[in-house]
Ligand binder design. Sequence first.
Ligand code: PLP
Length: 364
Amino acid sequence: MDTVRAAAPQLAGLVPYDPKYLPAEALLSANESPTDIPPAVREQVRAALAQLELNRYPDPLANGLRDAIAAANGLRREQVLVGNGGDELLFDLALAWGGPGRAFLNLPPTFSVYAANARLTGTRVVDVARTAGYAIDEEAVLARVARGDIDFVVVTSPNNPTGSCAPLGFIERLLQATDALVVVDEAYCEFAGATALPLLEAHENLALLRTFSKAYALAGVRLGYILAHEGVVSELAKVRQPYSVDAVSQAIGRVVFENRAAFQPAIDAIVAERGRVTAALAAMDGVGPYPSDANWVLFRLEGAGGATAAATAAAAWEYLYDQGVLVRDFSSAFMLEGCLRATIGTSEQNDALLAALERFLESA
Ligand SMILES: *Cc1c(COP(=O)(O)O)cnc(C)c1O
């Protein structure tokens, strides 16, 4: 054959996920930690890796790490599932709760991976858009699930890319209103100091998603986990790749999780810088930052010199990049027209962002 038949029809029109990484002095586009793991923790990682037998398959379910995570959250091993990043677990959720004839409730604008996973698994996507200020349209969501056809929903808290947490009272009302699986994506909860964990005991339809990629500075390692009832975990265990969490990741994850208190100063510094950056953006003419509970700030640029907000924000993105500051461009995304998202970096990186944006506004 000199041709190949078409791939599965649900792939038509899909584009592979592209984080749009580019080299820059200040990498403020991917919500990573600006600093690597503390040197003392790095030393323990080195020692743990030296013990590994790389010729052996890893523990498929990462039980050592599961036990540590379970104990820290007052849960049992059977209520925890570890994955190759939160992203793998999000895909497993779509495989296990979605599929042809099933429906996923999405609350855009939000993390684009959820809708992409739904499309890949042949799951119908039902959108209930957020309000103009990016709050969840609570009554519309409750009315939609009341129709009974939604199989799972993801509530992102804090929501990426808009920044604020979902009210706990709403999550509780949603859990009571539906038997759909309610996934609360808490990838950034360490920066918010808030979690829906207290609701888990009473609600079998709740699953919390967490990651080591953000507050625990391990984006390069690929580790995430789910906290849920045993029945939910055992369904997800059916669809997961048996050895997706390799031995190296498991060993690093155990060391980092045991030493998680050592990450608190860096988390506190990011929260303090988030306040400073938000205030500085709010003080600039033509820039509107949205309140954030996470490790970034989303801000909207007003149209300048007769250009639209989208065109002005796209020009600002270019200008910042030329000045060595890479932020995430949402300037023409649905409901985010004119917006850029800047991850909170070191104070020097944040200063570079603010100074470059000031220069852009003067020139625009
Ligand atoms: C970063 C992120 C995740 C998980 O990322 P992984 O690196 O795959 O663990 C999940 N949800 C949201 C909203 C995120 O921003």
